[in-house]
Design a protein around this ligand. Sequence first.
Ligand code: 13P
Length: 253
Amino acid sequence: MKKFFIVANWKLNGNINMISSFFEYFQLYALNYLEKNTIVIAPPTVYLERVYKKIKKMNIFLGAQNVDIHLTGPFTGETSILMLEEIGAKYVIVGHSERRLWHNETDDLVAEKICLIKKLNLTPILCVGETKIDKDNGNTKKIIKNQLDCILKKLGKLAFQNIIIAYEPIWAIGTGISANPKDVQLIHEFIKNYIKKNDSSIKNIIVQYGGSVNIKNVKSFIIQPDIDGLLIGNASLNAEIFLKIVKTSHDIF
Ligand code: 13P
């Protein structure tokens, strides 16, 4: 059965107390809603193992927010995919606009990371999306096509097998201004068609939406046929709010 794919991207937030209370609540109430949802929690690197201990018996999965392109060696401050694999991570977010913006990550670097993640059989969650200026100039599809082309160039025709795509318009992230769900539906359709055009053998492409999803607007996204999941920042930090989102998708999906 196809499940709705919800990822909590905690970004640079959380602490030991927050993690304890988040999962106390989750252990009590989340189990009822896992049948129709795949849930991934992506905490800051330093808390990955702590979170894994909480979720490993719950059928919830662990995601990392970033990975280095090296497996081992003199790369101070970095995290290797081997380490992520060893501690139980299944997913890795790559190409988030915050990393592209604040850490100068290029499309080429993102493609390299995806290559490595796939080699180790973890699943990349590739973020794509346009700036406000791109949107206002009608360049959304062009920008996304370029972002996808870079991956195709590096990984070849089968690049998008076992990848999750997250469409995150940059102007909608953390602003409280989410994209219009019908516009998102069209972009998701475009992404899926573009991927299928390059790889006719591909099945089950998962495209998530991310950007100011909250309890009030979540339903309008879930009901779109090509929104297969959500990548959630702020609203994933509070267990009660996050669970309401999970429950909404359970009730609709
Ligand atoms: P917000 O839900 O806080 O807008 O963040 C979205 C996001 O960037 C998830 O990766």
